[in-house]
Design a protein around this ligand. Structure first.
Ligand SMILES: Cc1cc2nc3c(=O)[nH]c(=O)nc-3n(C[C@H](O)[C@H](O)[C@H](O)COP(=O)(O)OP(=O)(O)OC[C@H]3O[C@@H](n4cnc5c(N)ncnc54)[C@H](O)[C@@H]3O)c2cc1C
Length: 412
């Protein structure tokens, strides 16, 4: 279909067309011939590259001023990939020879920048998608963006819309009684760089996922005094077993053995290598780590040294928080302790329901596709989701390949 001819025809006959949002240049819709991709993170780059390989040009709209803004702007300095590089590669182009098994943040961003260069991907930065809706009369998606300056609005129309805004689009900040009155900084991990500024301070880290555990270690390394709030059960596994990554080993074992048996083997290895984590205040869930990941997407913690700090008493473990006072925190078990700062390692959420006006593909509750992996990537009327699989970059790469294939097929 020639989108621009269709739109021009529509505009010339319909004086109301274009009122839904105005392009800042022309006051009319800007037609996009290929797909619009929302988000220039790894998922958006992956799908743009797969499309390019198939001869399909796309437009990427990105709210930030750089690619992979989560990695460049919202992650702590010491971050490395949690999984080995072969499980974090985007389609078509792998990491350069000689990169580390667990690339650090700088290496990963360099890889993504090289990836974008290779496929000639140039996102339109500082354009946040504020609304996207399918226009039934036109049979196209209308996408409205806002820029950083007042009144900087644009509207595009396209046949295919790829949602690649990620599972981590917005920080989750819980409401805790007494938060406003707390005397020190309260900061989400997306705003935490390093433990340097907390040297000599008592810091409470809330949340015991990979980020919370790693921030505790970072604080220890900067001579702060961290404590960790562990409210729920959690699986902590060694990052590597017998010189192989635990993740890689699990994937290999799953080829031959049922998941429950692999879970048992993982827990046995964890017991031998890490000891009984429940004695440290980190009780394990009833389901095994892989089964839990499959059923509700909860990722096990891959230990990079925090457990040893908990064992040595450098990191103290507390249960849930009851309330905050000016300089103290009261826990649900009645203990009251002094703290200078609080870091919220409380995770992220999707922002899709705030801008995508669509009811069938994405759940309004959590902003994830309603259909479970591996079927969540395709919606109706040219709508796609890339990177909502709870399987990291590996899952995003699978979505990207399928989406590009499907769009190419539709075009033909
Ligand atoms: C601390 C941390 C460590 C991680 N480690 C790993 C790991 O080792 N391996 C792994 O596979 N995964 C890891 N992940 C998961 C990781 O987030 C993803 O694998 C990867 O970043 C997902 O890419 P994405 O493009 O889907 O989302 P993102 O990287 O979040 O990119 C989405 C992009 O969309 C943009 N955007 C959002 N809303 C809008 C809008 N309305 N308009 C325009 N643009 C918008 C954002 O600015 C962002 O640039 C980690 C996550 C975190 C937080």
């Amino acid at each position: 279909m020639d989108v621009s001819r269709e739109i021009e025809g529509k505009q010339s006959h319909d004086p109301l067309f274009g009122n839904w949002g105005m392009s800042r240049r022309s006051g009319r819709c800007e037609p996009v011939h290929g797909p619009i991709i929302v988000g220039a993170g790894p998922s958006g780059l992956a799908v743009a590259a797969c499309l390019k390989e198939r001869g399909v040009a796309s437009v990427i709209l990105e709210r930030s001023d750089c690619i992979a803004s989560l990695w460049q702007r919202k992650t702590y300095d010491r971050l490395r990939l949690h999984l080995p590089k072969q499980f974090c590669e985007l389609p078509i182009m792998g990491f350069p020879l000689g990169s580390q098994t667990y690339p650090d943040k700088r290496e990963f961003v360099e890889y993504l920048e090289a990836y974008a260069r290779r496929f000639g991907i140039r996102p339109q930065f500082k354009e946040a998608v504020a609304a996207a809706e399918h226009d039934g009369a036109l049979g196209l998606w209308r996408v409205r963006t806002v820029g950083p300056k007042e009144g900087e609005e644009r509207e595009y129309v396209c046949q295919w819309l790829v949602v690649a805004t990620g599972e981590n689009a917005e920080a989750v900040v819980p409401e805790i009684e007494g938060m406003e009155g707390f005397g020190g900084p309260i900061r989400h991990t997306s705003m935490y760089g390093s433990g340097e500024e907390f040297r000599g301070k008592r810091v409470l880290v809330v949340g015991c996922g990979n980020s919370g555990m790693e921030v505790c270690l970072d604080l220890c390394n900067h001579n702060a005094m961290p404590s960790l709030v562990v409210r729920d059960t959690v699986h902590v596994l060694p990052r590597d077993v017998l010189g192989r990554s635990t993740f890689g080993l699990s994937m290999w074992l799953l080829k031959w053995l049922p998941m429950r048996l692999v879970d048992r083997l993982l827990l046995l290895a964890a017991r031998v290598m890490l000891g009984d984590t429940a004695r440290l205040g980190l009780k394990r869930p009833k389901l095994g780590p892989l089964e839990l990941k499959c059923l509700n997407g909860k990722t096990p913690v891959l230990d990079v040294g925090t457990l040893a700090k908990i064992k040595s008493g450098d990191v103290k473990v507390y249960p849930g928080i009851r309330r905050l006072k000016r300089h103290t925190v009261e826990f649900v078990d009645g203990r009251i302790e002094k703290f200078d700062a609080i870091i919220l390692a409380t995770g992220y959420k999707s922002n899709v329901p705030t801008w995508l006006k669509e009811g069938s593909m994405f759940s309004k509750d959590d902003g994830f596709p309603r259909r479970a992996f591996p079927n969540g990537w395709k919606g109706e009327r040219g709508l796609y989701a890339v990177g909502f699989t709870k399987r990291g970059i590996l899952g995003a790469s699978m979505d990207a390949r399928r989406t590009a294939e499907d769009i190419e097929r539709c075009r033909k």
